[in-house]
Design a protein around this ligand. Sequence first.
Ligand SMILES: Cc1cc2nc3c(=O)[nH]c(=O)nc-3n(C[C@H](O)[C@H](O)[C@H](O)COP(=O)(O)OP(=O)(O)OC[C@H]3O[C@@H](n4cnc5c(N)ncnc54)[C@H](O)[C@@H]3O)c2cc1C
Length: 405
Amino acid sequence: MAHAYDLIIVGGGMVGASLACALGDTPLRIAVVESHPAKTEWPAESYDIRVSAITRATERVFRMVGAWQGMVARRVTPYSAMSVWDATGTGSIGFDAADLGEPDLGHIIENRVILAALLERMAQFDNIDLLCPAQVSALERDENAATLTLADGRTVTAALIVGADGANSWVREQAGITTTGWPYEQTAVVATIRTERHHHGVAYQRFMPEGPLAFLPMPEGLSSIVWSTTPERSAELIELDEQTFLAELQLAFGDKLGAMESTGPRGAFPLLLRHANRYCDERLVLVGNAAHAIHPLAGQGLNLGVSDIAALAEVVLETRRNGGDIGELAVLRRYERWRKADNVAVMAAMDGFKRLFSNDIAPLKLLRNLGLSLTDHSGPVKNMMMRRALGLSGDLPRLSRGKAL
Ligand SMILES: Cc1cc2nc3c(=O)[nH]c(=O)nc-3n(C[C@H](O)[C@H](O)[C@H](O)COP(=O)(O)OP(=O)(O)OC[C@H]3O[C@@H](n4cnc5c(N)ncnc54)[C@H](O)[C@@H]3O)c2cc1C
């Protein structure tokens, strides 16, 4: 049966746009349906309050799809070390890229920079149509095709629908795919902060009973903070005047970067864990936050999503090259098996960390402080953790290894 497209990606966020770029210049015809036009220009001196720590594996995917240069040309900040400590004890651990012979541990990039570079790259491919802004209104599937109806009455058909539409995925809901998860009772307050001292490429994370506080290196010695705390406390922090907010931040973080001098706008994001019980259905598949939303304490959500699309692009392209049907459930299950194990392992680890550190029980405090300090002195365990954090371990898709599809 003839389809207008081979793949329709619903959601042109960072994960959906990455998938489109990964399949650019292939025989596949692709549509990306996005409800909100992205901001691709902004005043040079302003910073996006939303940033992502991206791993080496994600950097490789961005390089392979041709979007990395666009990010570097805008602005990216490498970080070469990380310092983590427990606010309720003496336990601490430090990671240094030099111990692994790596130039850095990853990069901090504003989300709007990532998206702008991906969209710029996407526009260079003849086999991709971006339908934006476009609202979806209905989805029908049968054994031959999936048909998506847009709110303006247009219909588009494809062999496969990809749900890249975020944690509240409409595509997931249409397929009746249930999720497992719970709210964390934590909200992340984010902002860009100027401190007295330069971070010199070091990322900091302090674990407190109400949640972790991260300082991520940004250009010009600025830091982007992710301060996870109770919903009530976060509402208070957002409302405080600048000087009182900075004083509270100083109290929470300490003086590792000297005085807190100024803050840009503040934003708040409620945190939740949500995992789709299946990643696929007939002619439909989920990627990124549509499949899994996790706690941002180790900055892994986007990285997992980029690994998803690298795996899906590989499975889909290989199937097409072998003359197969890319919307067949057996094909999509290969992708699901490949990615689910990794995603569940990372989600469980993040959830465990969150519980271990958001806890004031004395024996647990002792154990975690001891654990941090012991790990800090154990070279092999620490190196293993760093390789994992760089995204360099496990069953990596070709793009994540820097290899072409
Ligand atoms: C405070 C915080 C800090 C974080 N820090 C990090 C980090 O350091 N590193 C990291 O790896 N991850 C981090 N994450 C996680 C990361 O931001 C997410 O995993 C990532 O944004 C998921 O991308 P996505 O494209 O799957 O979903 P989204 O970013 O939610 O994008 C979904 C897209 O789909 C569109 N859409 C939605 N519904 C429809 C529809 N019906 N029709 C058409 N389009 C639709 C939306 O407009 C949007 O563009 C953090 C998250 C938070 C909250």
